[in-house]
Design a protein. Structure first.
Length: 451
């Protein structure tokens, strides 16, 4: 075997040893199975990886990841580290392919429905989506609007209806560069890049129609030992239908899954799994008058259990028993809700909502969700805060630290964004930052969808 050919050194792991006759300074490491490796060998991917191994100042290895394919001098899917003093920058490894990625759009269509109309669908997509060299997108912007794109990045697309609210979570640096200065972009680059907004572009960019063979989420499926008889898509569609049928405008939707009564014992292996979806009008979880001035919490005597004692990351009804006991205890003492600590004595959450604190520097601090649910609203509020340039710190928070915070609020599907004015002997202000976050959240969740 030639020294220029990959040799297997482990499962899905190949190497080409450094060969000075080829100018290589370091070995090439390839992470791929046999099928992917053969595809890489069918074009110039491996040859380009060897060339990268010859770049002055390269450190350790020239690496090819499983998505490796032929690029421009430097293989797409290639990785290399360079010595800060003796190394060099390869435009093919940085400039050409930076921020390149894959976006998955899921439909509720099945293969049987699509297969007979596949040709027409592909033709319609081709005629509707600009692509290729010289194509122009459907988005037309003025120079000042283009500046907004350059500064806000993917958040601009999300705000204008071209993306989903969680898209920025899976983009490098959340889809924008801090302190970006649009004045640094040349007129030539603007003229070349602006028309491509709203297009597929050219080069390695592609659009495919694929079908999902299997969905692998073994942990989620097996966590409670329940095999749900419906797919997530079917449950989502049924939820939307029941909301429309009931004409719920400001309410709550709760899919429920439970075991039947075929076996009356600790073991429930043969019990039938049932699914129901409930929805109802539900206004503010807390009294709106109380929310204006902030609600009051005591500190519960009950604690969130250790993560190795119960499936804490599921929305299982048994987990709410201590929440109910804590809530009753708080109400009996004249409080609205109760703050729960975790098994280590750190701040965890309220009985049905996550908690945030604001410090004197305008930062938000929130507990790490490692023994309680990482709520949907919590995640959304964090994204809103970051989009406003607010620093969010997720960490362990001791109860005695509350005296140093100036603001506090709860987040939850029902609680939404609820200010807190008092926890035990600690007082907080309903500050502008909390009010603004609540306003932005309300605008998001009450936004009307296009007809």
């Amino acid at each position: 075997m030639s020294s220029a050919n990959p040799k297997k050194i482990g499962e899905n792991h190949y190497q080409i040893d450094a060969d000075s006759n080829l100018g290589m300074k370091v070995p090439v490491r390839i992470y791929a199975n046999e099928a992917l490796l053969q595809k890489m060998l069918s074009d110039r991917t491996i040859m380009q990886a060897r060339n990268v191994a010859s770049i002055p100042g390269i450190v350790s290895h020239s690496v090819v990841l499983p998505d490796g394919h032929e690029g421009y001098g430097f293989p797409v899917g290639g990785v290399a580290a360079m010595d800060a003093e003796e190394g060099m920058i390869s435009p093919g490894g940085v400039g050409y392919d930076i921020n390149c990625g894959v976006r998955l759009l899921r439909s509720n269509l099945n293969e049987q429905t699509v297969r007979s109309k596949l040709k027409d669908l592909v033709n319609d997509l081709f005629s509707s989506i600009p692509s290729g060299v010289g194509s122009k997108g459907a988005v037309r912007l003025t120079n000042s609007e283009l500046d907004e794109v350059l500064v806000n990045g993917v958040n601009w697309a999300i705000e204008h209806g071209y993306g989903s609210s969680n898209d920025s979570d899976v983009c490098e640096e959340n889809g924008k560069i801090p302190n970006a200065d649009p004045n640094k972009v040349s007129d030539k680059a603007r003229k070349r890049g602006a028309p491509q907004l709203g297009s597929l572009g050219s080069g390695n960019h592609f659009l495919e129609i694929q079908k999902v063979e299997e969905i692998h989420d073994e942990e989620a499926a097996n966590r409670m030992g329940i095999k749900v008889p419906y797919s997530q898509t079917e449950i989502n569609e049924a939820s939307k239908n029941i909301v429309n049928i009931q004409n719920v405008q400001n309410g709550y939707v709760r899919p429920l899954i439970w075991r039947g009564s075929e076996m009356m014992a600790i073991s429930a292996q043969k019990n039938k799994v049932h699914v129901a979806i409930a929805t109802w009008e539900w206004g503010s979880y807390f009294d709106p008058k109380l929310k204006l001035n902030g609600i009051k919490l005591n500190i519960s005597n009950w604690r969130r259990p250790a993560p190795n004692t119960i499936p804490w990351d599921t929305k299982a009804s048994g987990l709410y028993m201590i929440c109910t006991l804590s809530k009753h205890e708080a109400e009996a003492k004249g409080y609205t809700d109760s703050l729960m600590l975790d098994f280590e004595g750190n701040i965890a959450e309220a009985t049905g909502a996550n908690i945030f604190f604001k410090n004197k520097n305008g930062e938000l601090h929130t507990p790490i969700p490692d023994s309680f649910l990482d709520g949907i609203t919590r995640r959304e509020v964090i994204k809103i805060a970051k989009s406003k340039g607010i620093k969010v710190v997720e960490r362990k928070i001791k109860p005695e630290e509350m005296k140093d915070f100036v603001g506090c609020f709860l987040t939850g599907t029902a609680a939404e964004v609820t200010p807190v004015s008092q926890i035990a002997k600690n007082n907080f202000k309903v500050c502008d930052l909390i009010t603004d976050l609540n306003k932005s959240y309300q605008n998001l969740v009450r936004k009307k969808s296009a007809a």
